[in-house]
Design a protein around this ligand. Structure first.
Ligand code: NDP
Ligand code: PYR
Ligand code: MG
Length: 421
């Protein structure tokens, strides 16, 4: 990051008021009558109603539009395990995105937990406050057990964004990129650098979209995950490939696709040169990708290049997923975010990239036009049509798959933020 951008980022977070979010009041509070409704004695009435029937919390409190963004700070972006407090700017950032793109209120919660069990117990005890739980930046393998246990224990949807949000957006972008590069998904060879939360979920979803598991070469810090290794946990073992490839150099030779979900600057220009013609590189580590677009574009002119960042073309980032997926899930009071809802989100995002892009979206990004192609494989986060198509697809899938407690919303599809109720 340039010195200019670093200084601007600190200034942005510090001034004029520290942080990026505040809490707002949604009811009149001007008169003493207002206060006697908002607080004592009036507040006793919704208390009694909720005590009689917990479902009334959706009617009388903000629960139904409130998501907890919860982290232990063990895998903050690609920066590593820097602890819960250091994760707060990211969690507040997720809150900003939930609110800005889908009108969802967020409390960010940073948990200082000594074990996955302590984390699970903490979240379980506060889960009913919220309409949904978005787990964020929790490292593998602990994240898998944490998510599994919380899904079982909580009555509201629990979604580990780094797994499923990332996987949904990656799959959407990948299907489009393969099409543009003239590659068949079932023939593509995929190198996945990283074997953690995001990598595991991305590769699983790509397999369910058609990638063959024997065509995936996943690597952790020790190299290729292969069937001869005896140091693999159960989550990595799922991807053990019966291969004699051992290093990134071996795996990248002739590969069609590189997916980076690991850390900065781990793919060299020399390695990129060894990929098959018309390669696809999703260097998704944040903030610094596995290879910079400048370097990648200087060594190949036939590639599709994506990063997780806002300042390059093709932003493959879970921001395209979680605000809109939770919008749809909350609006039908889904009890879970299941596979059907995830797949519906993939296709809604993917198909939107092929639609003509309205002028105001181009203007927001300072370009004349966006057109489906190598530099535009996936919609832009500022594209308000995401709010129209993704929640609708997710809500429909929730209803059809039987996890919705409310019917498909009568006010859908959402044409703008003003339509959110
Ligand atoms: N663009 C997006 O939307 C998203 C991007 N990401 C990015 O993905 C990355 C991983 O996040 P997440 O899965 O949550 O974190 P995890 O901690 O769960 O996983 C990190 C993985 O990266 C591997 N890794 C780290 N350094 C290297 C290296 N030098 N060589 C090979 N493998 C390495 C680790 O290997 P080992 O198992 O051996 O420790 C581990 O498997 C981050 O950079 C993050 O920013 C994550 C979510 C969304
Ligand atoms: C984008 C995101 O969630 C991450 O990099 O962890
Ligand atoms: Mg994350």
């Amino acid at each position: 990051m340039s010195q200019d951008l670093k200084a601007a980022a600190l200034e942005y977070h510090a001034k004029p008021r520290p942080g990026k979010l505040s809490v707002e009041i949604t009811k009149p509070t001007k008169t003493s009558r207002d206060l006697s409704l908002a607080y004592s004695p009036g507040v006793a009435e919704p208390v009694r109603e909720i005590a009689k029937d917990p479902e009334n919390a959706y009617k009388y409190t903000g629960k139904g539009n409130l998501v907890a963004v919860i982290s232990d700070g063990s895998a903050i972006l690609g920066l590593g395990n820097l602890g819960p407090l250091a994760s707060k700017p990211v969690m507040e950032g997720k809150g900003v995105l939930f609110k800005r793109f889908a009108g969802i209120d967020v409390f960010d919660i940073e948990v200082d937990s000594e074990s996955p069990q302590a984390f699970i117990e903490t979240v379980e005890r506060i889960a009913d406050t919220f309409g949904g739980i978005n787990l964020e930046d929790i490292k593998a393998p602990e994240c898998f057990e944490i998510e599994r246990a919380l899904i079982e224990k909580c009555s509201v949807p629990v979604f580990h964004d780094d797994q499923h949000g990332t996987a949904i957006v990656t799959a959407a972008g990948m299907i489009n990129a393969l099409e543009l590069q003239g590659k068949k998904i079932e023939e593509a060879t995929v190198v996945c650098l990283g074997a953690g939360a995001a990598a595991n979920a991305c590769m699983k979803l790509l397999i369910s979209c058609g990638v063959r598991s024997e065509n995936i070469f996943m690597l952790d810090r020790k190299g290729v995950i292969h069937s001869g290794r005896d140091d693999l946990n159960q989550y990595k073992a799922m991807f053990a490939n019966d291969t004699d490839k051992r290093t990134l150099d071996d795996a990248i030779d002739g590969a069609d696709v590189f997916v980076g979900l690991s850390g900065p600057d781990l793919l060299s220009g020399e390695q990129l040169k060894k990929m098959a013609p018309n390669p696809i590189v999703f260097a998704c580590s944040n903030p610094d990708p596995e290879i910079s677009p400048e370097l990648a574009n200087s060594v190949r002119d036939d590639l599709i290049m994506a990063t997780g960042r806002s300042d390059y073309p093709n932003q493959v980032n879970n921001v395209l997923g979680f605000p809109f997926i939770f919008r749809g899930a909350l609006d039908v009071r889904a009890t879970a975010i299941n596979e059907e809802m995830k797949v519906a989100a993939v296709h809604a995002i993917r198909e939107l990239a092929k639609e003509p892009v309205p002028q105001e979206i181009c203007e927001a990004y300072g370009v004349d036009k966006f057109e489906f192609g190598r530099e535009y494989i996936i919609p832009k986060p500022m594209d308000v049509r995401l709010l129209e198509v993704v929640p609708a697809a997710v809500a429909r899938a929730a209803v059809d798959s039987g996890v919705a407690r409310d019917p498909y919303p009568a006010h859908y599809p959402l044409k703008s933020m003003d339509d959110i109720i």
